[in-house]
Design a protein around this ligand. Structure first.
Ligand SMILES: CC(C)(COP(=O)(O)OP(=O)(O)OC[C@H]1O[C@@H](n2cnc3c(N)ncnc32)[C@H](O)[C@@H]1OP(=O)(O)O)[C@@H](O)C(=O)NCCC(=O)NCCS
Length: 155
């Protein structure tokens, strides 16, 4: 199946927020995503199949020197088929040519994501203690957690 990675449109935001909601305990809202469409320096990309169905998204920031990935997720049914990898590559392609590195944070327990990043050239450069705060979802407590900081040097 051919998958394209393109800048997200306003019409994509509802589905992107649905994918975030099935992927994270503290997902961004539709408003949070739609703000990214107009915020200076922000990049929000969607992975779409040939019929235009959204399979995943990636969002972050780029200035002339640095890229930063804030969030990436793939719809549960579409995972394990290379969409996450395509999103990382698509994000990198959209950065200004002067960008020399991309950084991100990932939960210490998120081994699928850590493995995805490592496979795509990201290396651990540090740990942010208790970067993710405690979350209470309908009485269920998700404890605070460290972030692993990862970086990919482009040039
Ligand atoms: C992390 C995520 C984006 C990966 O997307 P994906 O489309 O399944 O990734 P890919 O198919 O491109 O997989 C590439 C590599 O990632 C790693 N990977 C992906 N899923 C994995 C899993 N369940 N367990 C272990 N490694 C996994 C593997 O190294 C894989 O390479 P391989 O297929 O050669 O083994 C997806 O699992 C997801 O949306 N998770 C929930 C949201 C999330 O945690 N986002 C990251 C927050 S920092």
């Amino acid at each position: 199946m051919k998958i394209s990675i393109t800048k997200a449109l306003l019409a994509d935001i509802h589905r992107i927020a649905e994918i975030a909601a099935q992927s994270f305990p503290d997902p961004w809202t539709e408003k949070g995503f739609s703000d990214e469409l107009t915020r200076k320096g922000a990049l929000l990309l969607a992975a779409k199949d040939e019929s235009g169905n959204i399979l995943g998204y990636i969002t972050g920031d780029a200035d002339e020197s640095f890229g930063y990935i804030a969030s990436v997720a793939v719809a549960i049914f579409a995972r394990g088929h290379g969409v996450g990898t395509l999103l990382l590559k698509g994000f990198e392609k959209m950065l200004p040519p002067s960008v020399c590195k991309i950084t991100l944070e990932v939960r210490e327990s998120n081994s699928p994501a850590i493995s995805l990043y490592a496979k795509n050239g990201y290396k651990q450069i540090g740990i942010r203690k208790n970067f993710y705060g405690e979350i209470n979802i309908n009485g269920m407590l998700i404890p605070r957690e460290n972030a692993i900081v990862m970086e990919r040097i482009i040039k």
